[in-house]
Design a protein around this ligand. Sequence first.
Ligand SMILES: [Zn+2]
Length: 134
Amino acid sequence: MIKVCGSCHSTWAGGRFCEDCGAPLTDPFADEARSLPSTMWRYIRLQYGARRGMLVRVMAILLGPIAAGLTLRAAVARERPWSIVLAIAAAPIGIATWWAIHWMAGRAVRIWVLRKGQLNKRRLARAMARRALR
Ligand SMILES: [Zn+2]
C-alpha cells in the first residue's frame, strides 16, 4: 500500500507519518488525496505499474515449468522418435515460455507505465537512493 505525504509529497510504502517532514501520511485513494498534484499521481501509477510487472514475472516463473510439463506429457503419448524429440524440447520450451513472459512484462512496464506516466527520472532516482540508504 503506497501512502503519500500531503505536505512534502513524498511517497512511502505504508507507515503513518512522513519520515521527511513528520506530517501524517494519507492513503492515495482516500477523498482528501484528490487535491494532490498530478505529478504525485504519475508517481503512484508508476509504483503500481512496476508492481504489476513483477506479478506477471512471478506468473512467468510458474508457467515455464507448466509448459515444460505439458510438453513432456505430450511426448509420452507420441511414438518414437517424436517422443524423444518432444522430451528433449520440453526444457527449452519451458525456459522460452518463462523468458517470453518475463521479457514482455518488462516491455509492458516500460511502454505503458513509464511513457504514459511521463516519469520524472530525477525524482525516481532520488526515491530509489533514499530507499537504498535506509
Ligand atoms: Zn512529508
